[in-house]
Write a protein that binds this ligand. Structure first.
Ligand code: C2O
Ligand code: CU
Length: 580
C-alpha cells in the first residue's frame, strides 16, 4: 500500500473510531443497548486497527506519524483502557457505561482534531489542548447524565482541564516569530545594461475572449488569451515593457522556470511593487537558456493567472529549424478549455516538436496517438538519451513543460489532453485512456550527480492546518506547520550545494516550484532517480510522497518557493529562499 493510501485508511479509521465511541455513548445514555454495543464494538476495532496504520506510517517516515504517535496513541490507549474492560462485562443498565464511552469518544475525536487542524509537527500545545478538551467534555457529560462522582474527582478534573487549557493555549497562540522577508535588498541592480535585441510590449487589461464557443470575461495581455508568444534566440537581450491598463489588483511578469536575475523575477512585495493601472515596468534579461518556458502575472497570482494573464516564452538555440515547432499551452478559463483544437497538414518525414505547457493549477494527462515519439526536454532542459515511446501518456504538473519530438508519419497524429483532442494532423480515433504513464525518473540515460556532499539540507513538510495569523483563522495549506508569511525562509550562501526534502502528508497533490533555480531530482520515496538527470522547476509531490532534490545556489536574491497550485500558494503554501 502506498503511504498516500495509508494516510487515507488511517483517517477513515480515526473517523470511525471517534464516531463509534461518541455514537455508542449517546446510545447508551438513552438506553439503546444493542445499538450502543454495536457502535462501541466498531469503535474498539477501529481504535485497535490504528495501531497497525500508525506503525506503518511511522515506518514510512516520522513526518507522517509524529502527532499520531505522540498524541493520538496515548489518547487512544486511555480510551481503550477506560471503555474497553466494561465492554466485556456490560452492566444490565447500559447507561452505566455511557460516560466511559463518551470519554473514549472525546479522547479519540480531540486526537483527530489535532491531526486535521494542527498536523505536522506535533506540538505540546496541541496535545495539551486535546487533553483539556477531553477532560472538560467528559466532566460536562458526567454532570448532564447525573452520574455520581466524588468531589475529589471533580476537582482533579477541573484542575487538569484548566491547567491543560491555559498551557496549551499559551504554547499554541504565542507564535515563534519568523524572520520577515526583506522588501529591499542589494540584488536590485543585477539587470543587464546591454542593448536589447528583442523588444516586446505587453499591456494587461480586462477583455472579453472566446473560449469553447462562448464569450467570457478575462484579464488579458494585448487583449488575447494566452498573451503574445514571446520568442528569442540564445544570446538575445530581451526587453519587455509591461503596462497595466485597468487590472485593479495589479500585474507583474514572472518568467516561470527562466532563471533571470532576481530583480527581474516579478514577485510583488519581494522583487518589485505590483504594477497598478496606468503604471509600467520594464523587464530586461539575457536569454541564455534555450527551451520552453512561460510567463504569467504574480500579483494575486491565483486569480490573475486563472483569468488569463499568461503566455508562452520560447528560446531557441539558433535559427528556427526545418519542420514544425508548435506550442500547446493548456489552460482552463471560465470552465472552457484552451487552446481551441487545431488541425494542420504536415508532410511525412518532417520533424515535429510539440511544446506542451500546463498553465493550470492541477495536473493534466497528455497522450500522443499515431506515432512513436521521444520526450526531448522537460521544464526547458534537454534530457539525456531519451528513448522512443509508443502508446504512453505523460503527466505534466501545474507549471511544467514537456517537449515531445517525432518524425511525422504518413498517417495522422493527434495530441489529446485529458481525452480531448487539442492538436492533430488529421482524424485519429485511437483510445488512449488506458495507456501507461511515463515515469520521468526512470527515462533516458543516467549521469553522475554533480555533488558528493551538500552544504545545506532543508525539509519541507506539506500539510493543512488552522492558521491563526492576524487573528483571522483560516484553514491554510502549511509548510512545517506554518503558513505564509510565517514560514521561516531558507537561508543559503552563494555557491552552496543545497539539498531539500519535500514531504507531502496531505491528501492533495502539491506541484512544487522554486524560482530562480532548476533543481536536480535525487530520489522519490527513497528510490534514487535512474534516468536522465532531471532538472525541474515544477514537480508534483503526490500524497504520501517524499522527494529529494538539490541545486547549486548560484543566483543571488530572494526567491519565492511555493506550491504551483496557486490557490494553495495564496492560502499559505509559499516560503522564500534567501542568500545571506
Ligand atoms: Cu509560475 Cu511563483 O510561479
Ligand atoms: Cu499545493
Amino acid at each position: 500500500m502506498t503511504t498516500g493510501s495509508l494516510l487515507v485508511v488511517d483517517l477513515v479509521l480515526a473517523v470511525l473510531a471517534a464516531a463509534g465511541w461518541l455514537g455508542g455513548g449517546a446510545a447508551a445514555a438513552v438506553r439503546r443497548r444493542p445499538l450502543a454495543l454495536a457502535l462501541a464494538a466498531v469503535a474498539l476495532l477501529a481504535t485497535l486497527a490504528r495501531a497497525v496504520t500508525i506503525t506503518a506510517l511511522a515506518r514510512a517516515g516520522w513526518w507522517f506519524a509524529a502527532e499520531k504517535v505522540l498524541v493520538t496513541a496515548p489518547l487512544s490507549l486511555a480510551a481503550v483502557a477506560v471503555a474497553g474492560p466494561r465492554l466485556l462485562r456490560v452492566p444490565r443498565d447500559v447507561r452505566a457505561v455511557a460516560v466511559r464511552l463518551l470519554f473514549a469518544g472525546y479522547a479519540t475525536s480531540s486526537a483527530l482534531f489535532v491531526t486535521v487542524l494542527h498536523g505536522y509537527p506535533a506540538s505540546a500545545g496541541a496535545g495539551l489542548l486535546a487533553v483539556a478538551a477531553t477532560v472538560a467534555a467528559t466532566a460536562v457529560s458526567w454532570r448532564a447524565l447525573g452520574a455520581r462522582s466524588s468531589r475529589a474527582i471533580s476537582r482533579v478534573a477541573l484542575v487538569v482541564a484548566v491547567g491543560a487549557l491555559v498551557t496549551g493555549t499559551g504554547l499554541t497562540v504565542v507564535p515563534a516569530a519568523a524572520p520577515a522577508v526583506p522588501h529591499d535588498h542589494q540584488y536590485r541592480n543585477a539587470r543587464t545594461t546591454d542593448e536589447p535585441t528583442r523588444r516586446f510590449t505587453l499591456t494587461a487589461g480586462t477583455a472579453t475572449v472566446r473560449v469553447s464557443g462562448r464569450d467570457v470575461a478575462a484579464w488579458a495581455f494585448n487583449a488575447q488569451v494566452p498573451g503574445p508568444e514571446l520568442t528569442a534566440t540564445v544570446g538575445d537581450v530581451v526587453e519587455v515593457t509591461l503596462r497595466n491598463r485597468d487590472v485593479g489588483r495589479g500585474v507583474t511578469l514572472h518568467w516561470h522556470g527562466y532563471d533571470v536575475p532576481n530583480s527581474q523575477d516579478g514577485v510583488p512585495g519581494v522583487t518589485q511593487a505590483a504594477v497598478l493601472p496606468g503604471q509600467e515596468f520594464v523587464y530586461r534579461f539575457r536569454a541564455d537558456q534555450a527551451g520552453t518556458y512561460w510567463y504569467h502575472t504574480h500579483s494575486v497570482s491565483d486569480v490573475g493567472v486563472r483569468m488569463g494573464l499568461y503566455g508562452v516564452l520560447v528560446v531557441r538555440p539558433g535559427p528556427v529549424a526545418a519542420g514544425l515547432d508548435v506550442t500547446v499551452p493548456v489552460h482552463t478559463l471560465a470552465g472552457g478549455s484552451l487552446p481551441a483544437p487545431r488541425t494542420e497538414r504536415v508532410e511525412a518525414g518532417s520533424p515535429v516538436r510539440l511544446r506542451l505547457i500546463n498553465t493550470d493549477s492541477t495536473t493534466h494527462r497528455y497522450a500522443l496517438a499515431g506515432t512513436a515519439f521521444r520526450v526531448a526536454a522537460i521544464d526547458g532542459v534537454d534530457l539525456r538519451g531519451p528513448t522512443s515511446l509508443v502508446d504512453t501518456a505523460v503527466l505534466i504538473p501545474a507549471g511544467g513543460r514537456y517537449d515531445l519530438v517525432f518524425t511525422a508519419p504518413a498517417t495522422p497524429v493527434a495530441l489529446l489532453v485529458d481525452g480531448r483532442v487539442v492538436y492533430s494532423t488529421g482524424p485519429v480515433s485511437t483510445p488512449t485512456g488506458d495507456w501507461p504513464v511515463l515515469d520521468p525518473l526512470t527515462y533516458g540515460a543516467a549521469a553522475a550527480v554533480p555533488w558528493s556532499r551538500f552544504d545545506r539540507h532543508f525539509t519541507l513538510v506539506l500539510d493543512r492546518g488552522l492558521d491563526l495569523h492576524d487573528l483571522l483563522p483560516r484553514y491554510a495549506h502549511t509548510v512545517n506547520g506554518a503558513a505564509d508569511p510565517d514560514i521561516p525562509p531558507q537561508v543559503v550562501r552563494l555557491n552552496d550545494a543545497v539539498r531539500f526534502t519535500i514531504v507531502n502528508r496531505s491528501p492533495t497533490v502539491h506541484p512544487w516550484h522554486l524560482h530562480g533555480h532548476h533543481v536536480l531530482v535525487l530520489s522519490r520515496d527513497g528510490r534514487p532517480a535512474t534516468g536522465s538527470p532531471l532538472w525541474l522547476d515544477s514537480f508534483d509531490v503526490r500524497p504520501g510522497e517524499v522527494w529529494e532534490v538539490a541545486f547549486r545556489a548560484d543566483n543571488p536574491g530572494v526567491w519565492a518557493n511555493h506550491c504551483h497550485n496557486l490557490a494553495h500558494a495564496d492560502a499559505g503554501m509559499t516560503l522564500h529562499l534567501m542568500y545571506s
